[in-house]
Design a protein around this ligand. Sequence first.
Ligand code: UD1
Length: 425
Amino acid sequence: GGVVCLESYHISGGNTLEGEYRLQGAKNAVLPILAATIISGRTSRIEKCPHLSDIRTMVSILREMGCNVSWDGSEILVDSSPVNSYRIPQKLMKEIRSSVFLMGPTLARCGQVILSDPGGCAIGKRPIDIHLTALRLLGVEIKEKDGLLECKARRLKGTTIPLSFPSVGATENVMMAAVMAEGETRILNPAKEPEIIDLQNYLVSCGAQISGAGSDEIRITGGSPLRETEYKPIPDRIEAGTLLAAAAVTRGKILLKEAVPGHMDSILNWLGEAGCKVQRGGDFIYLEAPDRLGAVRPIETQPYPGFPTDMQSQLMAAMCLAKGTTEITESIFENRFKHVSELNKMGADIQVIERTAIVKGVERLAGKRVTAADLRGGAALVIAGLAAEGNTIVENIGQIDRGYDRLEDILKSLGGQIERVSHTD
Ligand code: UD1
């Protein structure tokens, strides 16, 4: 965290979002895949990479570790043959939490890795104990010294690794390290997110032997020679959900192209229950919103295929204006309700009791000056601003740029009134 940014969004609310949009590649698929490019020592061409600050940071880290990286339009070409460092640069490491999963690839490639405390969103404690326990089982020795983590493996040895919680990052780290371990690794209780399957598919395209992603057990046979590859990551289901939520609360009609509706059941079920007409095609989603959304049964964030925590705040922004009361429970992260006080400033009626937000729908929100504390919370404030009466200013939008490629341009193309304003002080 700690992103200080002097840009803000000025939003004039009340417009209906209408039109079509082609989804970008998923941030949370592209980031681990970029980290994984280190393993092969060859060239990986990754298509559909969105221009996000988190991805720029990952590219800088790869470069500092010796990779040749060129970024041409939406394609990133990584040649990892010249990797010459197993140190994750401390300054960059602090900028994104996802740098944590450089551990697995760097161990696979170099047999050791040194990193500092990982950064990321200010949403709760985010420890990395599950990663460390799993890597130790693979034969990694881990020492903490002066705020640095020194990890070394004379050899990585395949084994059975039960995860105490299906952590997305820990599952990815083990998959990537195990690709170079001796023998077979089995991950029990792995995360099942579509991004996990996508990482498997990328690794398989390099020649790795890995199967079972998306199921209750992932199996990796280490040591296969790896080759160069071209890979196209899955579309961003959270970008999709964010735009659907924005359309849902503005009486909108939108068509999302290059989508995978099968990755979004929990989100699409919510929108349907709230009164939207939702059509799922082979590679598109069409949504038509009602005049006013209706409250839905309680929703709790859960590991995939449950409702994604990365959509919790956008869901809440939309339900602020629904008829009736909706209970939203955050079960994945602590402290992921920083958007609540900002939404309440705009006239929402939300009360938080422990991990549950009780959202009483109001008839209108009023534009206000609010601040984005984290990425998805910031997106929620933009959604609220689009639906509110009058003008909303969302400050600290550097947080939003971590996960959306010029969100204002996307929303403008759909009829939203939103401008990026730079401050000089
Ligand atoms: C990934 C996503 C993030 C999403 C999250 C949950 C990326 C780049 N980020 O983050 O957008 O919100 O999945 O879907 O893909 N935990 C521990 N110990 C650990 C690891 C995790 O206690 O060693 C806890 C975390 O604090 C959190 C929960 O497990 O409460 C989920 O974390 P995890 O699934 O690891 O999320 P990330 O991989 O960090």
